[in-house]
Design a protein around this ligand. Structure first.
Ligand SMILES: Cc1cc2nc3c(=O)[nH]c(=O)nc-3n(C[C@H](O)[C@H](O)[C@H](O)COP(=O)(O)OP(=O)(O)OC[C@H]3O[C@@H](n4cnc5c(N)ncnc54)[C@H](O)[C@@H]3O)c2cc1C
Length: 406
């Protein structure tokens, strides 16, 4: 089978569904392929930030998400290696005063089903290779898993939004990940964890910093629990991340109390987080990469859904222009990568600095001790949740002097 589309999108996670919806709405002929049958799970903390909410608003589907099972999040709790806990509210003066926790099985399915209104969608189609004509990518080969037959699909532009292990990226020779720019993560669902509030909790426990152990409250008393650590640190420590997380749950003085009556629901799952602390090439002749395939996860917080959706929105605008101009060249599509890094580049830089600062455990201890007592420092931390200027302050030595004196 051979078909011709304007745009062929590989992978229907937040990045792929977002780009498909925007492009379909603009009147382009879009084909979206995913190897999974939806609803499907995705290993994640399930925290949906204000940035994602902004794109959901642009897509016009806020109400659809809000009518599905989720919890609303009004703050971020941080604890230091020595156990000091500070709850920082999401600031109220930025127009986005809460986020969500929503199981990816639910959230991704809502986006994916909505994409079906604007694109031709084939589930259970696993892309196995890209097709090139000269230097240009012009299509893909995909295996229909239901019939075990191979199909060829062609398009003017191929979008790789197929996640952390992207086949599109690998076939383009861009698949290698540097363990200094890759985070390993594990997560499980628990019921019966005590002390859940309206904040997501990031605990910078000794063994994981600058990675952290998290507890994110979902609906009906369920919690998404997990840990993330830089892949290079995990290797150096020869750590089994699931065992380390269970050790935190069973032995840490605070968490063993909170998990005393808790029960795991399902099992543990692990997956990688490709970080935006490195600038990966994300466009070329006839192709662009979005989301995790383009290594766009925040190097400090681990947030990737908002950046994946943002890349889908920016990607759609650049692809629309290329289709209008009938120019699918690397040069023309460079607008996508330039605009993307214009928006996300400074965030990645700030977060990379925060990740490096976080390696100094003593500094994290002092900062959170001070934040407990200082209104000024709590306000700074609160602003930094949404404001890049405030976040940039964390790389200014004067900030630390002021914080130490606070
Ligand atoms: C443990 C962990 C915790 C995390 N916690 C958070 C969090 O709380 N908040 C947050 O914002 N981010 C979090 N992230 C990051 C977030 O999960 C990702 O950044 C986000 O899923 C990226 O979206 P995406 O659309 O690029 O890729 P994905 O969501 O991975 O979607 C890729 C899609 O491509 C499909 N696909 C893959 N290969 C093929 C193929 N060969 N052919 C066809 N289809 C294919 C897959 O089936 C999938 O549907 C976490 C990540 C991990 C690993």
């Amino acid at each position: 089978m051979e078909s011709n589309y304007d745009v062929l999108v590989v992978g229907g996670g937040p990045a792929g569904s977002t780009v498909s919806i925007f492009l379909g709405k603009m009147g382009h002929k879009v084909l979206l392929l995913d190897k999974a049958k939806f609803p499907r799970d995705k290993t994640c903390g399930d925290a949906i930030s204000g940035k994602s909410r902004g794109v959901l608003r642009d897509l016009g589907i806020t109400e659809i998400v809000e009518s599905a099972p989720h919890s609303k999040v009004f703050g971020v709790g941080f604890s230091s290696p020595d156990g000091t806990y500070v709850d920082i509210p999401i600031p109220q003066n930025y127009g986005i005063d809460y986020g969500y926790c929503c199981k990816r099985e639910v959230y991704d399915n809502l986006l994916f089903q909505h994409a079906k209104k604007f694109a031709t969608v084939y589930e259970e189609h696993e892309v196995t290779d890209i097709i090139k004509e000269g230097e240009a990518v012009v299509g893909v080969k995909a295996l229909d898993k239901k019939t075990n037959t191979e199909h060829v699909f062609k398009a003017k532009i191929v979008v790789g939004s197929d996640g952390a292990t992207s086949i599109v990226s690998r076939k383009l020779g861009l698949g290698e990940s540097n363990p200094d720019h890759l985070c390993a993560g594990v997560r499980a669902y628990y019921k019966g964890v005590t002390g859940l509030g309206k904040s997501i909790e990031l605990h910078f426990v000794d063994s994981l910093v600058p990675g952290y152990f998290w507890i994110f409250p979902l609906e009906n008393g369920l919690a998404n629990v997990g840990s993330g650590i830089l892949a290079s640190d995990m290797k150096k420590k020869n750590m089994n991340l699931r065992d380390e997380t269970l050790k935190i749950i069973n032995e840490h003085p605070v968490f063993k109390e909170r998990f005393k009556s808790a029960e795991i629901v399902g099992g543990w799952k692990g997956w990688n987080l490709p970080l935006g602390s490195t600038h990966k090439k994300a466009h070329g002749n006839g192709w662009v990469l979005l989301g995790d395939a383009a290594s766009l996860i925040d190097p400090f917080s681990g947030e990737g859904i908002g950046n994946a959706m943002t890349s889908g929105k920016i990607g759609a605008a650049a692809i629309h222009k290329a289709l209008e101009a009938k120019d699918y060249s690397e040069k023309f599509l460079s607008e996508y990568e330039n605009n993307l890094w214009e928006v996300l580049g400074h965030e990645f830089k700030n977060s990379d600095r925060m990740q490096k600062t976080g390696k100094r455990k003593w500094l994290v201890n002092i900062l959170l001790h001070k934040a407990k007592r200082s209104d000024w420092l709590r306000k700074q931390l609160s602003a930094s949740l949404l404001d890049q200027k405030a976040r940039k302050g964390f790389s200014d030595p004067l900030f630390y002097i002021r914080a130490l004196l606070a």
